[in-house]
Design a protein around this ligand. Sequence first.
Ligand code: F6P
Length: 437
Amino acid sequence: MDLTIERLGPARIHSPLNLSTQLGDQVCNFVPDDEKILYDVSLSACRTCRREGAETLPLAFERAGPREKIYFDPSKVRAAVVTCGGLCPGINNVVRALVMELTYHYGVRHIYGFRFGYAGMVPDFGYDVLDLTPELVRDIHHDGGSLLGSSRGPQDPEVMVDTLDRMGIGILFTIGGDGTHRGAMAIHEEISRRGLKIAVVGIPKTIDNDILLVEKTFGFETAFSIAIEAIRAAHVEASGTPNGVGLVQLMGRHSGYIAANAALAEPDVNCVLVPEVPFVIDGERGLVAWLRRRLEKRGHAVIVVAEGAGQEFLGGNHSTDASGNVDLADIGLYLKQRLTSELKAAGVSHSLKYIDPSYIIRSAPANPNDSLFCATLAQNAVHAAMTGRTGMLVGIWHNIFTHVPIAAAVSGRKLIDPEGELWRSVLEITGQPAAWQ
Ligand code: F6P
């Protein structure tokens, strides 16, 4: 894996930030340009490296943060921001923090906002461009959604780079998930092909938390925190009636992080179903038999299902949305019907309550922890862009902010490891079977 970050050219301008290069002088420091954060902090990784010889350095990310020398002249550079894909708590916090950091700390005078995702960079759509000023963005963090609006779907990179070139943009910040970063990658490649000096720096946004090489995406925590309301309600309903079953469906297309984390945060859940861990419905080891045993023993049950789980039970739907994501069939409704009819057929009188909070979990404003995460991500994105780093996004690894090449981040998808700590924790909290077959 190559974690090298590309640069537009040598950084020769003194940063306008009043920071220090001396430890111990009680003034915040610039980050040394070559500071790295290890990918694997385990001792065994260290040993492997040592065995491989003194020349071998362990895999490491660049550490994010302000550098002493920058590439862009703040008084001349123009920056632009685009927000793409599904909405997510914290987008406005990121936009606000980008504008504040660029304006007040670096002295950048021109910041533009493209409307409605990549479509806003394509003249045919005719969307206006916003002048992002501190006055305009001052209060936007109080609202969910995106001040700029968003949209799904790729646009022609040549057309988008024409727009950047025509507008004299030097830095493009792309806020989005995997589709957005694939788009950013295409823009970056087109910029490189033309030999233009435009930095492309991404900020990873998605409630699904499924960006590779990024420990946590913004919006995810707010989303699963709101999801626990649905779990609480399901538990209250399930335990308030004989053989009550609470069934909650939560977003999570390919990765079940929202379902897993919500269940850990609100441990009334007895079973979590995620796309990464296949389950069976029928047979002695299936979901129905498990539910019957659970009701016999405890008289109630709460099940949380991620929307991407169990798609194999629902036939092949191969239509896709504008981002190229397969349109999911409704596993929540399917399980509601299936479990109800199976329990009925087995003569188990019960009451199943189905809750799907759907978009409620992602249209809210960011919670405090997400808000501070958004602010720091944005500050680090500005620091990186001002040094001329490009083709990268800001990540977090071992709780330290990092630079991640977009190419590496879009080379796969982050999934729950069924053999990893998170899933083990879920199994311990719920007491559900470790394997369904
Ligand atoms: O990617 C984030 C997400 O919220 C998924 O969890 C969900 O499947 C999807 O977006 C729905 O998005 P939309 O309906 O806006 O296309």
